[in-house]
Design a binder for this molecule. Structure first.
Ligand code: ADP
Ligand code: LRH
Length: 475
């Protein structure tokens, strides 16, 4: 394929971007057309995504994307909008951290059974999975189509409604073995089957730009929007620069998604109890991983301190703090909602007979060591439960810029960490488009050849990490 440019629209929980990737058989270079904050809005007690604001930024970014061959859209998982018969959005998509579905998961598990749910969807039991959000209130009578967030944006761009399957697999209503919507479960739960649109695969052309979108972005009406791994984690893992299949990964941003890549799901009871998810990846792979709370713990601490601009100095200070003072289990569900994170970390420490961190640098150290422990546990458990051996851990996403976290992850795992690319999600998004439009080079090899990667070798005393892991029940 002659080098061509692709627009990767990537909406993360903390920021969104429109990246232009120039891709050829020997070339992969990114340019940022637009980057914008993603600020949820609480209105009348409900936490919403500002989805129209985000879409406005996307259009602005696309106006700066002349010459592209295609557009792809990815975002965080599980959240959705509902369209009525006229294709109008009913209500505003709610943020998965809203808490409206609290308690629903327990009711559904009691009614259907945990293993039955796991046998179908293969998902980690998280209280905000789409299925529980959908069941938290009656689905409006007027609802005709459920669109996951990236599918909603693709619909606004093209007028074509559908469900890209990597993201459909995060709903809990997708049958991971059958590769289709789980209609018997949908019916059993009393949800309307008619709202689940046809599935589409990464690489399929969704449609071309609506005339009004073409006019507004000054792009041609013939421009295709191509389905990518629309679940951001699917795109990120597609761009992991692995050399062979014996690797673990941490897609490290607001969340840390840590695990291995498989060719078939693991749906055993042991896997369910260990909290593993089986999400569908590009090319029919399975991301066998655990959601670890991620840099959310740090972001929310910085927000509580009004210190968002002071991350570099806090990380430098945390590097000097003595190790293994306070530690938390980063999977603890008390950390999910927005709010005063340092206070919740202190409360966790008090509950577990530890001295809470004394200052900001100590909180940051606690967060990063706890995340490293979460990464270690997820990768070790994933390897054990799936039988996949792991020789190297790839850290991709914004967390790849956090040198202390990368080093601690290498130390905790006792394995080399390869950090980068930071923009793996946008790269994975663009590479799926490029493949659909003629790229023949192996995408992972292209990432390896063209992107800056940093290797961290494990240091220090592994037994200290074993002791630390035991303290938080993560060994
Ligand atoms: P998401 O897609 O979930 O919004 P990103 O992959 O963009 O997340 O990662 C965002 C995270 O990256 C931030 O929470 C921050 O902790 C980390 N990060 C960004 N820039 C830096 C930096 N210069 N040094 C260390 N960490 C950084
Ligand atoms: C990361 C992510 C993750 C989901 C969470 C809701 O952005 O898509 O894979 O579990 O958001």
């Amino acid at each position: 394929m002659q080098p061509r440019s692709f627009a990767a629209v990537d909406l993360g929980a903390s920021s969104g971007r429109v990246m232009i990737a120039r891709v050829g058989e020997d070339e992969l270079a990114l340019r940022e057309a637009r980057r914008f904050p993603n600020r949820p809005v609480r209105a009348a007690g409900t936490l919403y995504w500002d989805v129209l604001g985000l879409y406005g930024h996307v259009l602005d970014g696309l106006r700066n994307a002349e010459g592209i061959a295609s557009i792809g859209v990815d975002s965080w998982a599980v959240d959705y909008g509902l369209l009525d018969a006229a294709g109008v959005l009913i209500g505003n998509p709610v943020h998965y951290r809203d808490g409206r579905a609290d308690g629903v998961m327990d009711d559904v598990v009691a009614e259907v059974g945990a293993q039955t749910l796991y046998d179908v969807g293969g998902l980690q039991f998280l209280p905000f999975n789409t299925v529980y959000q959908l069941l938290s209130a009656p689905v409006p009578e007027s609802a005709r189509t459920l669109l996951m967030v990236p599918d909603l944006l693709a619909y606004w761009l093209t007028g074509e409604a559908g469900a890209e399957l990597t993201n459909a697999s995060t709903t809990g209503l997708y049958d991971v073995r059958a590769g289709d919507w789980a209609y018997p479960l949908i019916t059993r739960l009393g949800l309307p089957t008619k709202i689940f649109p046809p599935l589409r695969r990464p690489g399929e052309v969704i449609g071309t730009l609506r005339p009004d979108v073409a006019a507004e972005t000054e792009l041609p009406e013939s421009l295709p929007v191509t389905a990518v791994g629309s679940h951001d984690t699917a795109s990120a893992v597609f761009a992991v620069p692995a050399e062979h299949d014996r690797f673990g990964y941490v897609s490290c941003g607001t969340w840390s998604l840590a695990g291995v890549e498989l060719t078939a799901p693991v749906l055993t009871e042991e896997s369910r109890i260990a909290g593993f998810t089986n999400e569908v990846g590009v090319g029919g792979t399975i991301r066998y991983l655990r959601n670890v709370m991620g840099l959310w713990l740090l972001q929310e601490s910085l927000r509580a301190w009004h210190a968002e601009e002071r991350l570099p100095e806090l990380l430098a200070a945390a590097a000097e703090v003595p190790p293994f003072a306070a530690l938390v289990d980063p999977g603890d569900q008390s950390f999910i909602p927005p709010g005063d994170m340092p206070a919740r970390i202190a409360a966790y420490c008090e509950r577990t007979d530890q001295r809470p961190p004394a200052g900001r640098a100590e909180v940051v150290r606690c967060v990063l060591e706890s995340l490293a422990l979460g990464h270690r546990a997820a990768i070790r458990d994933a390897a054990r439960l799936s039988g996949r051996s792991v020789e190297v851990v790839h850290v991709v996403g914004g967390g790849a810029r956090n040198t202390l976290l990368c080093q601690l992850t290498a130390d905790a795992c006792g394995l080399p960490v390869v950090a980068g690319p930071v923009e793996a999600t946008a790269i994975g998004n663009a590479l799926v488009q490029a493949r659909a439009h003629g790229l023949t080079t192996d995408p992972r090899e292209l990432v390896r050849r063209t992107q800056n990667l940093t290797v961290y070798h494990p240091r220090g005393d592994e037994t200290a990490w074993d002791d630390a892991a035991r303290r938080v029940g993560l060994s």
